[in-house]
Design a protein around this ligand. Structure first.
Ligand code: UDP
Length: 239
């Protein structure tokens, strides 16, 4: 049986996008003087800073690896980033997102080049409007490249999902909150490898397949913007 997924609302979403359209995206590399690498990203109403320190020697024996670097991530939402002031400091959600961010970035980095070292990634959500984990990974990847850390590829991340019965790309905060499902992914576009896939909510297997295809296409577009951000900073030959 072939299920044809149609869009009910003349292809228009509350913010005017069609089902397979990303929110307006802007990425800038190298925005901070003091970090080894940095990036600023806006997608829709999200405003995100990522900063990287390292690779540098790690003295914490408990987590140090003699054969490779470790990557440590801290995802943090500023108290003023959401409608209702968020209590400062880590919570269960930010600890989880920090972990999955490190997991999503790790396979892209040539960690074995830096034994006994750490690469520290800080993601600050200045303003949040849905999809911050993906936007944070996308920004962090550009900051890693800006820090000169050798990578197989720039990890690109975005979500697809289902809202109002439609399978759609890059859910806004309202679509995420009111919708039926959210499927954030991260990929390395050169190999097609998926380094993050999470899902909450409910979709049929066909809807899942369509959402995954949409998210992969979205990541490919984001990947182009990442490469352009690096090119803008360092010139064509290093992009
Ligand atoms: N959000 C919020 N307060 C919080 C956490 C999240 O207002 O303490 C909002 C924010 O806009 C975020 C959205 O809810 O982007 C969706 O959050 P989720 O946990 O699904 O993660 P995200 O989609 O940002 O990766």
């Amino acid at each position: 049986m072939i299920i044809i997924l149609t869009n009910n609302n003349d292809n228009l979403r509350a913010d005017g996008r069609v089902f397979n359209e990303l929110r307006p995206l802007k990425i800038e590399a190298g925005v901070l003087e003091k970090a080894d690498g940095s990036a600023y990203l806006e997608i829709g109403g999200n405003k995100i800073l990522a900063a990287v320190y390292g690779p540098r020697e790690l003295h914490v024996r408990r987590i140090m690896r003699p054969d490779m670097a470790v990557i440590r991530c801290r995802y943090n939402m500023a108290p003023f980033s959401v409608g209702e002031r968020k209590r400062p400091g880590p919570d269960r959600r930010s600890v989880e997102i920090s972990k999955i961010t490190a997991d999503a970035l790790r396979p892209a980095i040539f960690l074995e080049k830096f034994p006994r070292s750490t690469i520290d990634v800080f993601i600050e959500i200045l303003e949040a409007e849905g999809g911050t984990r993906c936007a944070g990974i996308t920004a962090a990847s550009v900051a890693l490249a800006d820090a000169g850390i050798p990578m197989k590829d720039l990890v690109a991340s975005c979500a697809a999902g289902k809202a109002n019965g439609n399978v759609i790309l890059d859910l806004s905060e309202d679509e995420d909150k009111e919708g039926e499902a959210d499927l954030p992914i991260a990929i390395m576009p050169r190999s097609g490898e998926i380094s993050l896939l999470q899902m909450d909510g409910h979709m049929t297997p066909d809807e899942f397949d369509k959402a995954l295809d949409l998210a992969i296409e979205g990541c490919k577009q984001i990947s182009e913007a990442q490469k352009n951000a690096i090119k803008d900073r360092y010139g064509e030959e290093n992009g």
